[in-house]
Design a protein around this ligand. Sequence first.
Ligand code: C2E
Ligand code: MG
Ligand code: MG
Ligand code: MG
Length: 296
Amino acid sequence: RAKELGKSRFKVFNQRMHEEALRLMALETELRRAVERRELEVWYQPIVDASLRRVCGFEALVRWHHESMGAVPPSEFITLAEDSGLITELGEFVLEEAVRNIKRWNRREQKAHHGNLFVSINISGRQFMQPDFAGYVEQHIRNWNVNPDLLRFEITESMLMDHGSMAVDTISRLRDLGVHMCIDDFGTGYSSLSYLQRLPVDTIKIDRSFVAELGDDKEGRSIVRSILSLGYSLGLDVVAEGVETPAQAQLLGEFGCRFLQGFLYAPALPAAEVDTLLSLENPLAYLAMSYEKDDF
Ligand code: C2E
Ligand code: MG
Ligand code: MG
Ligand code: MG
């Protein structure tokens, strides 16, 4: 009896696994098609410099709107793209789009108005570790004639843990090119203090799970404060991700966090909406107003 039960459970389990495998295969085919047909889009989420009170840059976030499945979130397809090798092409597409917009958003007339605007791009482990990634970037920076100072790469702590010194070499080479390096989702991995000290990076991004804990909870606050003091003692910039409420922004300000990103200001926007935003006298004032309107 028990054996029978076990068997039937196994059957159900097996069937679920099978269905999931089929779903992923179908999704991969669709993704391959989308990449080939360039049906993916890159959207841009504003990052705010609280000290200069302006929008100082954007994070590039890939978007896939499938004609029948609708919006497929990156959490669904980035891993798939990594596992299938499609990430290389996807990553190249994101990089090209981002660079094109870096150039558009930093034309002389706009620069006079808004200062330099950077674009920060997520680079997944497999893309970052492909042979001579730094060489590829170097060649493109030259071809595109883009200011590397406005180009930022975000890599995760866990990727660094997985790839060790190879990753550190690539980071150093990219930094020598003038590209700005960020550690994304900081605090979710296990990097030690001494490890972080040896990493040639410029910025850490506090994972949004910590920002979400910034309530009246004392512990939540002390985690954010210690990440900030760690970053500042190493001379790094710190960006808080996932800022959703004025109270969180207020606290982060009190703790001395200069850079803020989150739905409080704006979600990722299509490039055309960024164009509109940048045509305004004061984009930040507009973003602040639009959240008031939304009654957050
Ligand atoms: P991430 O790099 O940590 O990006 C931040 C994510 O948080 C984005 O989700 C963004 O929409 C979301 N977010 C921003 N502000 C808030 C907020 O205030 N509240 C909440 N709840 N969420 C907020 P998204 O676009 O779904 O991307 C998820 C992850 O997928 C990214 O995490 C990144 O790891 C990956 N990803 C996105 N685009 C790319 C890409 O072009 N290449 C690679 N390799 N990975 C990407
Ligand atoms: Mg990121
Ligand atoms: Mg992040
Ligand atoms: Mg993430």
